[in-house]
Design a binder for this molecule. Structure first.
Ligand code: PEP
Ligand code: MG
Length: 589
């Protein structure tokens, strides 16, 4: 067979690492195609499955055609006529039957391959009408595949070999169900490095690229790719020379990673003796292993909302208590900050409790939702309070605070829970510390008013950048405007840190900037006390801290005050890192 031409596609590097292998294309709203060999006696059953699925598809199409015809007229219903023609096309259907027999693979795989062949042939025609038939074939195939799956949604069912997933978007509620061993990496058309698909990929140590516009239309299932999550490159049909180049890069990075792994037991202290609290972010109780394996000091952010996204819907007090207590116990003697529910934005629970909104990031999200649903909020607060009995370093943190009044209301509910638990004779830590996320400019600007009500701040740069610069954090079209080093963002960080210190409390950063080693000197230079990063980034950040002098970080932060663009600030950060720990740039750019 003639070798396919190599093609290089560019997106936004979202999670480091190199993945090489075949792709699995998840077209919008569809299921990945199961792919497995049939036993010799499995063919008749497969034929019956196809027959039943075709019958059901025909029935559905007739139904829709009638309903659409009644409402919109027969012109609009015509598209379904075209779909019916595909289902009734004997050459198409016979080819599927024949290949199932010959290749002895499951009908989904064969159907999908035959349909894709037909569609591609049609796309090469000169005739507009015929080219449009390609879309009909793909649409109707999706419908038949859906019927074959019987409505099931196991995204990776039947995969024999791990794949690089290619999708338009991957909601966090689907990612939490992924079996990590079946996936080599992820590429999405939508999203930016701070969308939750990217955050989860990093937490899962899964190489990822986001914002690769149009990629779904450029690939077919099974095509071989190399994904470079550092540089945001996807090489399709790599040549042998290219494969060799990337395995060299991967080997080089592995050597650096191996050296960094030795830092696990080392302290995060600068060369001039300044100790930094370097902790890690988790999404699930099972992530505690990764925190410990990477040598972080405790957990600076436990995104509790992921418990609400898995199977089983909304967890009650008992289920939540067990999860929080497990984390609290396992992370001992280190501490853990449990963030209360931050549903909304791009994190929608599988139970689908949040109504669709025009501007979800500006809408009913996080503490707003919790204050409007006190029963839901108090269930969580009680579970966290009970878990606090297992670890004196367990703290609680409210997300998306926009004013001091919200802190008062949340604290009042917390007090109610304490009173109830005391009356019930249930143990909890009465001195449990409360903190807030500073991730909305109004909170940063009023940090002096909020500080007296809490024991710490944690800056959520992911949202702080989006809300300060009016740049949707999941919209790849404006991703180039998303600048954590923008002077406005830096002013808000500086202001927050200074306000906290004036009031004798500390400030951490738990947004993704905390895990970007290039920005470590800048954050420390601005006086940030704690950094909480995604676990795989912890060794990189620690390496920078250990090569840095606090004085030079402060000089950098001071110099940044006079710079007018985020780009200029970023370049200075990179220059400093190149000087003190150049190898890190291999892993972080
Ligand atoms: C943030 O906004 O920086 C943050 C840490 O929270 P999340 O990414 O979950 O919104
Ligand atoms: Mg946030």
């Amino acid at each position: 067979m003639e070798a396919q031409r190599e093609l290089e596609l560019k997106g936004i590097g979202a999670s480091p690492g190199i993945a090489t292998g075949p792709v699995l294309l998840l077209r919008a709203d569809d299921h990945p195609v199961p792919d497995y060999a049939l036993p010799a006696d499995g063919i008749p059953r497969e034929m019956l499955r196809l027959e039943a699925a075709l019958l059901e598809t025909r029935r559905q199409l007739h139904d829709i055609q009638t309903r659409v015809g009644e409402v919109l007229g027969s012109d609009s219903a015509g598209i379904f006529e075209a779909h019916l023609q595909v289902v009734d096309d004997p050459s198409f259907v016979d080819e599927v039957y024949r290949e199932v027999r010959v290749k002895r693979r499951n009908v989904e795989r064969i159907l999908s391959d035959v349909a894709e062949r037909y569609a591609r042939t049609l796309l090469q025609m000169d005739d507009d009408y015929l080219r449009e038939r390609a879309t009909d074939i793909r649409d109707v195939t999706r419908r038949i595949l859906g019927n074959l799956a019987g409505g099931g949604r196991d995204l990776l069912a039947g995969l024999e070999t791990p794949r690089v997933l290619i999708a338009r978007d991957l909601p966090p509620s689907e990612m939490v169900a992924f079996d990590r061993r079946r996936i080599l990496g992820i590429v999405t058309e939508l999203g930016s490095p701070t969308s939750h698909v990217a955050i989860m990929a990093r937490a899962m140590d899964l190489p990822a690229i986001v914002g690769m516009s149009g990629v779904c239309g450029k690939l077919a299932d099974g095509e071989r790719v190399i994904l470079d999550g550092v540089r945001g490159r996807l090489v399709v049909h790599p040549t042998a020379a290219r494969e060799e180049e990337y395995s060299r890069i991967a080997r080089n990075r592995a050597v650096i990673q191996k050296r960094l792994a030795k830092l696990k037991a080392e302290e995060a202290v600068t060369r001039d003796g300044h100790a930094v609290v370097l902790s890690a972010n988790i999404e699930m109780p099972s992530d505690v292993d990764a925190v410990q394996a990477r040598g972080a000091r405790g957990i600076g952010l436990f995104r509790s909302e992921y418990l609400f996204m898995g199977e089983g819907g909304e967890p009650g007090e008992e289920r939540q208590y067990r999860a929080y207590a497990e984390v609290a116990r396992r992370i001992m003697p280190e501490s853990v900050i449990i963030r209360t529910l931050d549903l909304g934005g791009d994190k929608i629970s599988a139970a689908g409790k949040i109504p669709e909104e025009a501007n979800p990031f500006l809408g009913w999200r996080a503490i707003r939702l919790c204050l409007d649903r006190p029963a839901l909020f108090k269930t969580q607060l009680r579970a966290i309070l009970r878990a606090s009995d297992h670890n004196p370093g367990l703290r609680i943190m409210y997300p998306m605070i926009s004013s001091a009044g919200e802190v008062d209301r949340a604290n009042a509910l917390l007090e109610e829970c304490k009173t109830e638990l005391t009356a019930e004779g249930v143990a909890f830590n009465p001195d449990l510390e409360v903190g807030v996320m500073i991730e909305i400019p109004s909170a940063a600007l009023t940090a002096d008013l909020i500080a007296p009500k809490v024991k710490f701040f944690s800056i959520g740069t992911n949202d702080l950048v989006q809300y300060t610069l009016a740049v949707d954090r999941v919209n790849e079209r404006v991703a180039h405007l998303y600048e954590p080093t923008h002077p406005a963002v830096l002013q808000l960080i500086r202001h927050t840190v200074e306000a906290s210190h004036r009031h004798g409390i500390w400030t951490g950063v738990c947004g993704e900037t905390a895990g970007n080693p290039i920005l470590t000197p800048l954050l420390l230079g601005m006086g940030v006390d704690e950094l909480s990063a995604t676990p795989p980034a912890v060794p990189l950040v620690k390496e920078i801290i250990r090569h840095l002098r606090l004085a030079e970080a402060q000089d950098l932060a001071e110099a940044a005050r006079g710079m007018s663009t985020g780009q200029e600030v970023f370049e200075c950060c990179r220059t400093l890192v190149r000087r003190i720990a150049p190898e890190i740039l291999e892993l972080a750019e």
